[in-house]
Ligand binder design. Structure first.
Ligand SMILES: NC(=O)c1ccc[n+]([C@@H]2O[C@H](COP(=O)([O-])OP(=O)(O)OC[C@H]3O[C@@H](n4cnc5c(N)ncnc54)[C@H](O)[C@@H]3O)[C@@H](O)[C@H]2O)c1
Length: 349
């Protein structure tokens, strides 16, 4: 079959990447989707078993920091477009070891930009860079992040993502590379690695182990259903303006402690435990260094210009997420064995 596009999705075996790969493979049979992933601790091909035999999907194990790997995949598959999600993504890990974040998020992104620039001679391509709202820093009690908010990253993770965003813009302005960008709030949903707050809390409740909450749990995050993020990427990739950045978020702010208590309540019911039993597991631990107080996204530009809207209320999405984890304990077991366990012991014990 002749494909109309050969889209390289980097980090397609990760949490958000696997949802983006699934959406594109199922929705666009005339596109060939090449999932390019190094398979770090966060990448898991079992996230994609339902689509791995589709004729418009293929997986290539590769590293965005390797010029050879990138040359091979661009030549073999005649890559026409890129959706770039590969990254080191966990703030706590970036505090422990920033260099890995500089290498993958900054150096890897520049290698990928350079490879696209070398291979694309006309403007008929898209390089969509997926980024985070954490590049904007931390909010006080009022206000929302807009696309025009000055960058003010505070953690090694957000500093590395901010740097990658600047390079993407530089390739647009300097070389005319056809780029689009999106900056999204915190995602939640299925296949989320259980080092992140929501799956970590679900996992610990199920196993009756303490629920570590940083500081007093007062930090506020704006949560978005991962499939709504994947839909936003689809819309921006196809209809967004070149050189533009779009904020993605659901106006859904929660204090960490309220979210943890809400999960305790849902799971009291689902696990037939006494009301309040799970809350007893909450344990406040030493706050994360430089912990940003509040993130909140204004997605008006994406909504008015491209007609995107979140499809699901948080309470409904959270219930679906909890059900997915309860029904997929084997997935959780698989990804939490080995090196992640050692990391967890170091961070929270
Ligand atoms: N998770 C969120 O809430 C969130 C919110 C906004 C933006 N983002 C951004 O979205 C992207 C995906 O985030 P995620 O939560 O799915 O991350 P993740 O950690 O779950 O997945 C990252 C994927 O990238 C792969 N990878 C890492 N280094 C690589 C390399 N050098 N070469 C090739 N592949 C490599 C990993 O194997 C993994 O499959 C990241 O760029 C992140 O900054 C995440």
């Amino acid at each position: 079959m002749e494909f109309t596009k050969n889209i390289l999705i980097t980090g397609g075996a990760g949490f958000i990447g696997s949802h983006v790969v699934r959406l594109f493979v199922n929705k666009y049979p005339n596109y060939r989707i090449i999932n390019f992933d190094k398979l770090t601790y966060a990448g898991n091909l079992s996230n994609l078993v339902d689509i791995e035999t589709k004729s418009n999907y293929c997986f290539v194990k590769g590293d965005i920091c390797s010029i050879q790997d990138l040359s091979d995949v661009f030549t073999t598959y005649q890559i026409s477009d890129v959706i770039h999600l590969a990254a080191e993504s966990h703030v706590d890990r970036s505090i422990e070891g920033p260099m890995e974040f500089v290498m993958t998020n900054v150096v890897g992104t520049v290698h990928l930009l350079q490879k696209a620039k070398e291979n694309w001679s006309d403007g008929n391509h898209v390089f969509h860079h997926v980024s985070t709202d954490e590049v904007y820093g931390s909010l006080g009690e009022e206000g929302l992040f807009q696309e025009t908010t000055p960058y003010d990253p505070r953690s090694p993770y957000s500093a590395s993502k901010a740097s990658s965003d600047h390079f993407v813009r530089a390739y647009f302005h300097t070389y005319g590379l056809p780029v689009k960008m999106s900056n999204c709030s915190n995602n939640y949903g299925s296949h989320h690695f259980p080092e992140k707050l929501i799956p970590l809390i679900i996992h610990n409740i199920v196993n009756k182990i303490p629920l570590p909450v940083y500081g007093k749990g007062e930090n506020i995050r704006d949560w978005l259903w991962v499939e709504d993020h994947a839909n936003a990427i689809d819309v921006i990739f196809h209809q967004g303006r070149l050189g533009e950045s779009y904020n993605v978020g659901g106006l859904n702010e929660w204090k960490n402690i309220d979210l943890v208590k809400y999960l305790c309540k849902i799971l009291d019911k689902k696990l037939n435990r006494e009301e309040g039993e799970n809350e007893k597991l909450i344990t406040f631990v030493k706050d994360r260094a430089g912990h940003d107080a509040r993130y909140a996204i204004d997605a008006t530009k994406l909504e008015t210009e491209l007609g995107w809207k979140p499809s699901i209320q948080f309470e409904e999405g959270l219930e679906k997420t909890v059900d997915w984890y309860l029904q997929n304990q084997d997935w959780v077991e698989k990804v939490t064995s080995g090196s992640y366990k050692e990391y967890y012991e170091r961070m929270y014990k």
